[in-house]
Ligand binder design. Structure first.
Ligand code: CA
Length: 377
């Protein structure tokens, strides 16, 4: 099996309702998808996180020529080649996102070749489904947030979710009010996490953590700068709330310092940014050495979400116990047509759980003919 061609698509869709979090506002969604086609006509799909025009150019102009003619099943060798050839200019960010997309596509082909759903190829026992947490409660709109979020909480509960994550980052006092409101809307039985998207200085993050500690917060995500593990440690040492982070980090080399310092309780590499599945597996193994549970950040299209689900299904919790809490994977609720309209078989979400596809590979059935309407380049 050899790669005959590599295609990259930059897709864009306007949103019916813009939304924001502590760093940016979104009025449109983008996706960068890649397809590897083999000499025998098989297709493997992958996705990159981040600026789609940039990652598409990296794939087309720089990485694709390196992969053509190679066996996509040789995931370790392929990864090392792409990483080694970009090391002097890349190491993380958009270069790693582009490598991630190609790596996921290689794994899709490898699983198809093995006639197995990807999670089975990654070593998991058969599993029906994984519990998700609802990622929502974003800022934006003209309505008071409490009013909109009350409806959103009702929707979350009606869909059967038992875990949710809300945005913070509007200032400590306002955040504390809103966390209390959402806790009230969801009730005490739902796991509730908060996500600041690195909006705070350590002292502010500590103050917020102290103010909401009594509300049973499951984790506090990206409280402070992703460039500063010491700031994470400062926050972590001052609160009983577990600390999460890692969506801005990439590769085992990047994550090592977070694990060595035990700067997070939950690490959240994005498989479309951290180096793909090949590197995600190494990051998760490294995390297990220091008691950090790796649960992927997943904010992409159906391709990125499927990659995260297969990967996570294949990662046991460590240490395990007979009564261990179930694992939780991110299920973003913001508007994104690239989770439905470009695939034949969207991931089945029911009762707050994602069901693993049974077909070989990623198993979501991409329809490139549906790209036309969204195509930027
Ligand atoms: Ca986040």
């Amino acid at each position: 099996m050899r790669v005959r061609s590599v295609d990259a698509w930059h897709l864009r869709a306007p949103l019916s309702q813009p939304f924001s979090f502590s760093q940016f506002s979104y009025a449109q969604r983008e996706a960068m998808l890649v397809r590897l086609t083999t000499e025998d006509g098989r297709e493997g799909w992958g996705e990159a996180y981040g600026p789609a025009a940039v990652t598409a150019a990296i794939v087309r102009e720089f990485l694709a020529p390196l992969l053509i003619g190679r066996d996509p099943r040789a995931v370790e060798s392929n990864w090392e080649l792409l990483y080694a050839r970009s090391l002097d200019y890349g190491q993380k960010g958009v270069m790693l996102a582009a490598i991630s997309a190609l790596d996921i596509a290689c794994w899709d082909l490898k699983a198809q070749d093995a006639d197995a759903p990807l999670y089975r190829l990654l070593g998991a026992a058969p599993v029906e489904s994984i519990e998700c947490y609802w990622t929502g409660f974003y800022f934006g709109g003209n309505e008071p947030l409490e009013r909109r979020w009350e409806r959103e909480a009702r929707d979350c509960l009606e869909q059967g979710f038992q875990a949710a994550k809300m945005k913070v980052g509007l200032g400590v006092a306002r955040d504390a009010e809103l966390v209390e409101a959402v806790r009230h809307f969801l009730g005490s039985g739902v796991k509730l996490s908060i996500d600041a998207n690195h909006a705070y200085m350590p002292a502010e993050a500590i103050e917020l953590a102290r103010r909401v500690e009594g509300l049973g917060i499951h984790w506090f995500e990206e409280p402070v700068s992703p460039l500063d593990p010491e700031a994470y440690l400062q926050v972590k040492s001052q609160t009983a709330i577990p600390i999460a982070g890692g969506e801005c980090e990439a590769t085992r080399f990047g994550f090592e310092r977070w694990f060595r310092r035990r700067a997070v309780d939950f690490a959240q590499p994005d498989l479309c940014a951290c180096g793909g599945i090949t590197e995600g597996l190494k990051i998760a193994t490294l995390g297990s050495l220091t008691g950090v549970h790796v649960t992927p950040h997943a904010w992409g299209s159906a391709v990125g979400q499927a990659a995260a689900l297969h990967f996570y299904a294949a990662r046991p919790r460590h240490p395990s116990t007979l009564t261990a809490e179930s694992k939780l994977i991110e299920c973003d609720q913001t508007e994104n047509p690239f989770r439905q309209v470009i695939v034949d078989k969207p991931l089945r979400l029911e009762g707050g759980r994602w069901y693993l596809p049974h077909t070989p590979g990623l198993g979501v059935g991409i329809r490139p003919e549906a790209f036309e309407h969204y195509l930027v380049g």
